[in-house]
Design a protein around this ligand. Structure first.
Ligand SMILES: Nc1ncnc2c1ncn2[C@@H]1O[C@H](COP(=O)(O)OP(=O)(O)OP(=O)(O)O)[C@@H](O)[C@H]1O
Ligand SMILES: [Mg+2]
Length: 248
C-alpha cells in the first residue's frame, strides 16, 4: 500500500482549474520531486495534501486511511509535515519556539510536553545549521535562514511524509548542495518519504529526486525516473519554452 495516494484530485478557484484530475502514488521512503512552470498547480497540490484545501473532486489516502475530509491539524498528527513556500514564522517568537511549535503539532502531538518539544527543536535547529540563531526572533532571520527555519519546523513534526515547497529556492549553489544533502541524510535516518518541489533549481531536483512528476496547467503531464523525464522533448517545451534542454 502506498504511503500517499491521490485519486483523480481536482481543485478550482472560480473559473480556473488549479489542479486538474491528478492521480499519484508515493511509497514509503521515496524521494519524489514535483516540477513545473509557475502557476502549474504545485503549491495547490501541496495544500490539498496537507488539508488547507479540500478537493472539489477526487480522494486522498494516507498511510492506510482516507484523509480527504480531514482538517490540516489531523493530517499533521497522522504524519504529513510541510514547509511553506512563503515562510511564515510566528511573530514575536524565537527560532527555537517556532520550531518547537512543529514538534507540538506533529505526530508527537499530545504525547510530549513543552520541554521535550524544545529539545526536539534544538536538535533540528542544529541539523539545519541555525544553532547560532536559536534565541533570535524568527522575524529577523534572512530569507534563506527563514527557509531553513521552515525546514527545521517541518522536520520537528516528525513526519512520515515531508512536503517541501521550494525550500532551496533563493539559495546559492553551495547552500543548495548542503541543504539537499541534509534532507537526504535525515530522510534515510528517519525513514520519511520526502516530496520536494524545487523546480527552479534543476541540479537540486536531479540530485535529490529518484522520480518526478511534471505539472503543466494543473495536470500531471508526465511522471517517471528523474533523468528520463527531464530529457523528454515535451518536458523541455513546457519547462524551458524550447524543444531542447539548454546546452544541447
Ligand atoms: N487561493 C487562490 N485563489 C485563487 N487562485 C489561486 C489560489 N491559489 C492558487 N491560485 C491559482 O492557481 C494556479 C496554480 O497556482 P499554484 O500556486 O498552485 O502554482 P505553483 O505551481 O505552485 O506556482 P509557483 O511555481 O509560482 O509557486 C495559479 O494560476 C494561481 O494563480
Ligand atoms: Mg508554488
Amino acid at each position: 500500500m502506498p504511503l500517499l495516494e491521490l485519486d483523480g484530485v481536482s481543485k478550482r478557484f472560480g473559473g480556473l482549474i488549479a489542479v486538474n484530475d491528478v492521480s499519484l502514488k508515493i511509497e514509503k521512503g521515496e524521494s519524489f520531486g514535483i516540477v513545473g512552470p509557475n502557476g502549474s498547480g504545485k503549491t495547490t497540490l501541496f495544500n490539498l495534501i496537507s488539508g488547507i484545501y479540500r478537493p472539489d473532486s477526487g480522494r486522498i489516502f494516507f498511510d492506510g486511511q482516507e484523509i480527504t475530509e480531514l482538517p490540516p491539524y489531523r493530517r499533521a498528527q497522522l504524519g504529513i509535515g510541510r514547509s511553506f513556500q512563503i515562510p511564515r514564522p510566528f511573530k514575536g517568537a524565537t527560532v527555537r519556539e517556532n520550531v518547537a511549535v512543529g514538534a507540538l503539532f506533529g505526530t508527537l502531538s499530545g504525547k510530549i510536553d513543552v520541554d521535550s518539544a524544545l529539545e526536539i527543536a534544538d536538535h533540528y535547529i542544529e541539523v539545519v545549521g541555525l544553532h547560532e540563531k536559536r534565541n533570535d526572533e524568527a522575524e529577523r532571520l534572512t530569507a534563506v535562514e527563514k527557509k531553513l527555519l521552515e525546514l527545521a519546523r517541518a522536520l520537528a513534526m516528525k513526519p512520515k511524509l515531508l512536503l517541501l515547497d521550494e525550500v532551496v529556492a533563493g539559495m546559492n549553489p553551495k547552500d543548495v548542495d548542503r541543504v539537499v544533502d541534509l534532507i537526504k541524510r535525515v530522510k534515510e535516518e528517519e525513514e520519511i518519504a520526502v516530496v520536494a518541489m524545487v523546480e527552479h533549481v534543476i541540479p537540486a531536483v536531479m540530485k535529490f529526486a529518484e522520480r518526478i512528476m511534471v505539472m503543466h496547467e494543473g495536470r500531471k503531464m508526465v511522471e517517471g525516473p528523474t533523468l528520463e523525464v527531464l530529457m523528454m522533448d515535451e518536458v523541455a517545451m513546457v519547462y524551458f519554452g524550447e524543444s531542447k534542454l539548454p546546452g544541447e
